[in-house]
Ligand binder design. Structure first.
Ligand code: AP5
Length: 222
């Protein structure tokens, strides 16, 4: 199965992608994680991308497309994947269609619907494990030990782009560049809009209900 998760920053895309990876064995492929790894490793791509990420802007399409093309070619992506945070522009969506080719379609595009006020609350409380990437929320899902991961005891950190002003910019960018993709995928018959409010497991059940009957696949290539 090949899924795409769309939604504003903090909607819960990463949380849901991890649940799908753990329960269904679908590989989570997150463009934000690929970019943050490049920033951490101080590669030329990472140094360039950081300038955009720090101000809440999108990294240029060609940079993201190179990372995603390489990632989708890896062996573990051949058994199915869930794309988290990609595509984010019409050009990326069209490039994805081309990458997958006529033989490979996206089974379903899930749009997580979460209002801006909730997004700000979720992002301001988010903490991520530096070691294993596990995610917490200081109010909704706090770690047992204030600054350490329940799973591996790694240090928890707050992302540089989670400052409130940057989040507001990311929301504006989402509205201008990414939200139009909902209509694009709707016109292809591939979109399910899912209420993203509620416990993560409740949201997951709604997604499973939406993808259940369409295991045969919905073709998204124009
Ligand atoms: P990226 O890393 O993709 O960030 P994002 O899309 O802004 O999304 P987030 O990771 O902030 O949120 P999420 O929806 O995954 O929510 P999460 O599950 O963490 O991108 C970062 C930057 O990289 C971009 O700004 C851009 O610069 C660049 N970039 C990335 N991809 C790009 C692309 N394709 N093209 C160009 N540039 C790109 O949840 C958030 C919090 O809420 C957590 O604390 C979680 O525990 C909590 N939570 C989750 N679900 C629930 C729930 N149901 N109830 C209560 N709390 C919940």
């Amino acid at each position: 199965m090949r899924l795409v998760l769309l939604g504003p920053p903090g909607a819960g895309k990463g949380t849901q992608a991890r649940l799908f990876q753990d329960k269904l064995g679908l590989q989570q492929i997150a463009s934000g994680d690929l970019l943050r790894a490049a920033v951490r490793d101080r590669t030329p791509t990472g140094i360039d991308a950081k300038r955009y990420m720090d101000r809440g802007a999108l990294v240029p399409d060609e940079v993201v497309l190179k990372l995603i093309t390489e990632r989708l070619a890896q062996t573990d992506a051949q058994q199915g994947f869930v794309l988290d945070g990609f595509p984010r522009t019409r050009a990326q969506a069209e490039a994805l269609n081309q990458m997958l080719g006529s033989g490979g379609a996206i089974d379903r595009v899930i749009a997580l619907m979460v209002p801006d006020a909730e997004v700000i609350k979720r992002i301001s409380g988010r903490r991520t494990c530096r070691n294993c990437g596990a995610m917490y929320h200081m109010v909704f899902d706090p770690p047992r030990n204030l600054n350490h991961c329940n799973e591996c005891n790694g240090e928890l950190y707050q992302r540089d782009d989670d400052a409130e002003d940057t989040v507001r910019m990311r929301l504006q960018v989402y509205a201008a560049e990414t939200r139009p993709l909902l209509e694009y995928y709707e016109s292809l018959g591939a979109l399910s809009r899912i209420d993203g409010i509620g416990r993560p497991e409740e949201v997951e059940s709604r997604i499973l209900a939406a993808i259940g009957p369409i295991n045969a696949g919905v073709k998204t290539c124009a």
